[in-house]
Write a protein that binds this ligand. Structure first.
Ligand SMILES: *Cc1c(COP(=O)(O)O)cnc(C)c1O
Length: 461
C-alpha cells in the first residue's frame, strides 16, 4: 500500500497553457537511415512534391517530404485551437498500481478529453488549417469506425471548411451515433462504397452487397478530391505528416515527466496506422537515436491484424483501388480484410513508414494481443481508474499491465508510460459482446496471409 508520502507526484500532472508545445518534433531528422519514400505506382519513382500536391495541400506535402528539419513551428492559430483541449493530463495510475500490487510506476497520457474522443484531433486541426490557408473549399477523407471523421469534422467546422467523409458502410450502418456527431459538425457522410465515384461503382459491380473496407473508402475519398476543384484529400494516420502533428503527445509527456525528474523505462502505445504511437514515442526515440538515453518502446497491435508482428516489410498499395502512392511498410497486403475486430482504429493493413523502419532497425518492439484479453484489461482499468477506454487504447493498457506484473515478479520499480488514446463510449456494443461472452478471438493463419501477399507490387527497393 502506498502511503501519502509516497505520493509526491500528483495523480494528474497538468502542464500550463503556455507549456503547450509551439514546435512539432520531426523524428526523421534524427534517423540516420530515413524511412523509404512514397513511390509513384506507375513509374515506381519517388513521388515528387508536384505529384503529391494534386492530392495533398502544399504545406503538408512539404512536411511529408521533410526528412531533415527537427523542429517545425506550429502556427499560432493551431496552438490556439489546441488550448481548447490541451495540454492533456499525464496521469499517474496510482489506483491501478495498487490493484496490481506492483512496484512499477505507471503513467498514462490521456488524449480522450475532447468531443471527438481521441488524439486524432491533433492532426485534424493541422490538416484543416493548411487547407484553409491555401484557400481551398474543402477536404475529403475516409473513416472506419468514425473517430477520424469526427475529429476532422470538428476541425473543419471551426475553420469554415467543407468536409466530405466516406464512411465504411458497415460502420455507417452500425455506428449511427458517430455518423450523427459528424453531421452535427456539418460534415457530409457517405457510406462507402458509393455510386458517387468511379472506383465505388466498380467495387459495387464486382462485389455487390459488400459492406466496404477502409482501403476502399480511401480510394473513393482520393478520387473525389482530385476530381473536385478546390478540394484536397486528408488522411488521419500512417503518413509522416500525421506522426509529426501527433508529436505534441510525446513532447507534452516528456515535459511533464521531466518536471518531476521521472525517467521513463518503457513507453507503450497501440498501433493502427502508427500515428499516436509515433507521436508519443518521437521525443524518446529522438534521444535514443542521438545516443542520449535508452528506452524500451513497445507497439501493441491486435492479433487479428498483426502488421508489425507478422507482416512483410515491403512496398505495398495504401488503398484497395490502388490509386494512392506505394509505401514501404510492414504490411498484411492491401487486400487483407481483417476479421471483425472491435478496435476499428487498428484494422489498417499497413503501418507508418517511419515506425516500420524503426522496427526493422530493431529500435522498437511489437507484440500482438487478442480481443478478449484486451477487453478484460479495459474493464479492470475502467473499474480502478474511472475512465472507459476505447478498445484501441485498451491494447496499450493490456501490455502496460503485463509489464507491471513482470515488475512485481522481479521487484523492479520501473517507470512505465503508455498512451491512452481515447474513450470508448461509442464502442458499447463491443463491451456488450464481451460481457455476454460472445466475443471471438480471430487469428489469421499463415496461409491466409500468404494469399494477400501475392498481390504485393514488384518493387526492387
Ligand atoms: C484511430 C485510433 C487509434 C489508432 O490509430 P493510430 O494512427 O495507430 O494512432 C488508436 N486509438 C484511438 C482511440 C483511435 O481513434
Amino acid at each position: 500500500m502506498k502511503t501519502a508520502s509516497d505520493k509526491n507526484i500528483p495523480y494528474k500532472i497538468y502542464l500550463k497553457e503556455n507549456e503547450i508545445p509551439t514546435e512539432w518534433y520531426n523524428v526523421r531528422a534524427d534517423m540516420k537511415e530515413k524511412p523509404a519514400p512514397l513511390l509513384n505506382p506507375q513509374t515506381l519513382e519517388p513521388m515528387t512534391a508536384e505529384e503529391l500536391s494534386h492530392v495533398f495541400c502544399e504545406e503538408l506535402v512539404k512536411q511529408e517530404l521533410d526528412n531533415d528539419t527537427a523542429y517545425i513551428k506550429i502556427p499560432e492559430e493551431i496552438v490556439d485551437f489546441y488550448k481548447m483541449y490541451r495540454p492533456s493530463p499525464l496521469v499517474r495510475a496510482y489506483c491501478l498500481e495498487e490493484k496490481l500490487q506492483t512496484p512499477a510506476k505507471i503513467y498514462y497520457k490521456f488524449e480522450g478529453n475532447n468531443t471527438s474522443g481521441s488524439h486524432k484531433l491533433n492532426s485534424a486541426i493541422a490538416q484543416a488549417y493548411y487547407a484553409k490557408k491555401q484557400g481551398l473549399k474543402g477536404v475529403t477523407t475516409e473513416t472506419g469506425a468514425g473517430q477520424w471523421g469526427t475529429a476532422l469534422s470538428m476541425a473543419c467546422s471551426y475553420l469554415g471548411l467543407d468536409c466530405k467523409v466516406y464512411m465504411v458502410k458497415v460502420s455507417y450502418e452500425q455506428k449511427p451515433f458517430r455518423r450523427e456527431v459528424m453531421r452535427t459538425f456539418g460534415a457530409s457522410v457517405t457510406p462507402s462504397p458509393s455510386m458517387e465515384t468511379e472506383i465505388g461503382k466498380k467495387i459495387l459491380s464486382e462485389h455487390p452487397g459488400t459492406t466496404g473496407s477502409l482501403g476502399c473508402a480511401i480510394s473513393e475519398a482520393v478520387e473525389k478530391a482530385v476530381s473536385s476543384e478546390g478540394y484536397r484529400y486528408v488522411l488521419g494516420s500512417v503518413l509522416n505528416q500525421v506522426l509529426l502533428h501527433q508529436s505534441v503527445i510525446g513532447l507534452e509527456t516528456k515535459r511533464a515527466l521531466d518536471k518531476y525528474d521521472v525517467k521513463a523505462d518503457i513507453v507503450i502505445g497501440c498501433a493502427g496506422g502508427g500515428s499516436n504511437l509515433g507521436g508519443l514515442i518521437s521525443p524518446f526515440m529522438g534521444e535514443k537515436l542521438r545516443g542520449e538515453a535508452d528506452y524500451r518502446i513497445i507497439a501493441v497491435e491486435p492479433a487479428s491484424c498483426p502488421s508489425l508482428t507478422r507482416g512483410r516489410y515491403a512496398y505495398d498499395y495504401c488503398d484497395t483501388g490502388m490509386v494512392c502512392p506505394l509505401a514501404k511498410m510492414y504490411t498484411l497486403g492491401c487486400d487483407y480484410i481483417p476479421a471483425p475486430n472491435h478496435a476499428g482504429g487498428l484494422r489498417y493493413h499497413g503501418m507508418s513508414s517511419i515506425l516500420s523502419k524503426l522496427y526493422d532497425d530493431k529500435l522498437m518492439e511489437a507484440v500482438s494481443v487478442t480481443q478478449t484479453e484486451v477487453f478484460k484489461a479495459a474493464e479492470e482499468f475502467a473499474r480502478v481508474e474511472g475512465i472507459l477506454p476505447a478498445p484501441e487504447s485498451a491494447h496499450a493498457i493490456k501490455v502496460a499491465m503485463d509489464e507491471a506484473l513482470r515488475c512485481k515478479e522481479s521487484g523492479e520499480e520501473k517507470n512505465i508510460v503508455f498512451g491512452l488514446t481515447g474513450t470508448g463510449y461509442f464502442d458499447m456494443v463491443a463491451y456488450e459482446k464481451f460481457h455476454d461472452g460472445l466475443m471471438e478471438n480471430y487469428i489469421p493463419t499463415d496461409d491466409e496471409l500468404e494469399i494477400a501477399w501475392k498481390k504485393l507490387p514488384k518493387v526492387d527497393r
